[in-house]
Design a protein around this ligand. Structure first.
Ligand code: NAD
Length: 354
C-alpha cells in the first residue's frame, strides 16, 4: 500500500460516485485521488470537484499510486469492472448489488481470493440509524423477542433515472432497494431461512419490477415482510415490529416512532366493548391506559467503525470486514429465490442449499 492515506479512484462519477467522494472527504484513513466516467460531463464534474480524471479504465488500473478502485456504475457492468481491477492487483469497493446473480458473485470472490485482493461491497444501509435501532431491539429484546419484522420503503415517484428502468442494466426495485433491506435482515437475524414468498409489481408498465413484496420465514420463528413500492402516495411506516412484550414502530428516516409494551406491574384488565363500525367488539378495543406503557425507541447499537475505516483496516489486515462476502452471497440467493417465487407463484424452500 502507498504511504499515508489509502488512495481510491471512483469509477462511475454519477449520483452515488460523487456522493462517495463527499463522504470519503470526511474519512481519515482514505482519500479520493481521481475519478473515471465514460460520460464527458461526469468527467468534467469530477474535475470541478477537484479530482484528476483518467482517459480510460486501463489507465486507472495502470496507475501504481492507486490502491483501490471504487465501482459506482450501473449494475450490469459491476462484474467485468471488478474482475479487471482485481486482476490488475487493485483492491475493490463495489456498489450494491455487487452482481446480478449468485454465479457472477462467486466468480468475483474466487478471483479476489486467487489474487489476494480485498473485495468489499458497499452495504451502507447497515449503518442507517433506523436499522440500528431495530437491530438493538432485536438483540436486546427490549420489547421481548421479536417474532414479526416488517420493513418497508414506500415512494410515489416511480422508478427513478434511466438505466434503472431496464433489465439489461440490472434495473428494477428488487435489485435496487431490495438489496439494502434484505441485507439488513440477513445481518440482523442469525438463523436459516425456511421459506421465501415473493411477488413483484409492474404497475407502471416497465419491463422491470417497480416494487415487490417478500415474506421470509426463519428457522428461529421470526417472520419478516420486506416491501418496496414506488407508487405509494401514502407511505406505510419504515418499520413495524412485534415482540412478545410489545410493539414498535419507526415511521420515517427522521426516527419518529415509539414502542408500546404491556404494563407488567398490573394484572390483566378485561377490555370494555367498544362500538366499531356498526358492530361491537371487546377483542379489538384499545387496551386501557394503565395496561400499556408508551416509551421512546431505544438507542441504536453502534458499529465499531465507519464503512470506509473498516474497509481500510481490512486491507491492512487489522480488522474483519463488517460486510462479509458470504452475507452478500446469501442476499443474492434470497433475491434469486424471490424472482423464482414470483415467477412460479410458489414458496421457495431450498435456497439455503446453495
Ligand atoms: P448514475 O447513473 O447516477 O451514475 C452511474 C455513472 O456510471 C454514470 O455517470 C455513467 O456514465 C457511469 N458509467 C457507466 N458505465 C461506466 C463504465 N463502464 N465505466 C465508467 N463509468 C461508467 O447511477 P447511480 O445512482 O450513481 O448508481 C450507481 C451505482 O450505485 C449502482 O450500482 C447503484 O445501485 C448504486 N447506488 C448505491 C446507493 C447506496 O446507498 N449504496 C445509492 C444509489 C446508488
Amino acid at each position: 500500500m502507498n504511504q499515508g492515506q489509502h488512495a481510491v479512484v471512483i469509477v462511475g462519477y454519477g449520483g452515488m460516485g460523487s456522493y462517495h467522494a463527499k463522504l470519503i472527504r470526511q474519512a481519515d484513513s482514505i482519500r479520493v485521488v481521481g475519478a473515471y466516467d465514460i460520460q464527458t460531463d461526469r468527467q468534467e464534474a469530477a474535475v470541478q470537484d477537484g479530482y484528476r480524471t483518467y482517459d480510460s479504465y486501463t489507465s486507472v488500473l495502470n496507475d501504481t499510486l492507486v490502491d483501490t478502485v471504487l465501482i459506482a456504475t450501473p449494475n450490469d457492468v459491476h462484474k467485468d469492472l471488478v474482475i479487471e481491477a482485481l486482476k490488475a492487483g487493485k483492491h475493490v469497493i463495489c456498489e450494491k448489488p455487487v452482481a446480478l446473480s449468485v454465479a457472477q458473485f462467486r466468480e468475483m470472490v474466487s478471483i479476489a481470493e486467487q489474487m489476494g485482493q480485498i473485495l468489499m461491497v458497499h452495504q451502507n444501509r447497515r449503518w442507517d440509524e433506523d436499522f440500528r435501532t431495530i437491530k438493538q431491539m432485536y438483540d436486546q429484546e427490549t420489547i421481548g423477542g421479536l417474532f414479526r419484522i416488517e420493513s418497508r420503503v414506500h415512494g410515489a415517484n416511480g422508478i427513478p433515472g434511466d438505466w434503472r428502468h431496464l433489465e439489461q442494466y440490472g434495473g428494477g426495485m428488487l435489485l435496487d432497494w431490495g438489496v439494502h433491506l434484505l441485507d439488513q435482515l440477513v445481518f440482523m437475524i442469525d438463523s436459516e431461512i425456511t421459506s421465501i414468498n415473493g411477488r413483484l409489481s409492474y404497475i407502471l408498465g416497465d419491463e422491470v419490477d417497480d416494487g415487490f413484496e417478500a415474506t421470509l420465514e426463519f428457522e428461529n420463528g421470526v417472520s419478516a415482510l420486506v416491501e418496496v413500492g414506488t407508487t405509494n402516495y401514502i407511505p406505510l411506516p419504515r418499520w413495524y415490529v412485534k415482540g412478545t412484550e410489545g410493539t414498535g414502530i419507526i415511521e420515517d428516516w427522521s426516527l419518529n416512532g415509539r414502542v408500546v409494551t404491556r404494563n407488567k406491574d398490573i394484572g390483566r384488565i378485561e377490555p370494555k366493548p367498544i362500538q366499531a363500525g356498526v358492530g361491537l367488539t371487546k377483542t379489538m378495543a384499545p387496551p386501557s391506559e394503565e395496561a400499556t406503557i408508551t416509551g421512546a425507541l431505544p438507542q441504536p447499537f453502534e458499529h465499531e467503525s465507519s464503512f470506509y475505516d473498516n474497509y481500510v483496516a481490512v486491507v491492512e489486515g487489522k480488522a474483519l470486514p463488517i460486510v462479509q462476502n458470504d452475507e452478500v452471497l446469501r442476499v443474492l440467493n434470497i433475491i434469486e429465490a424471490i424472482f423464482t417465487s414470483a415467477r412460479t407463484g410458489q414458496a421457495v424452500r431450498d435456497f439455503d442449499l446453495y
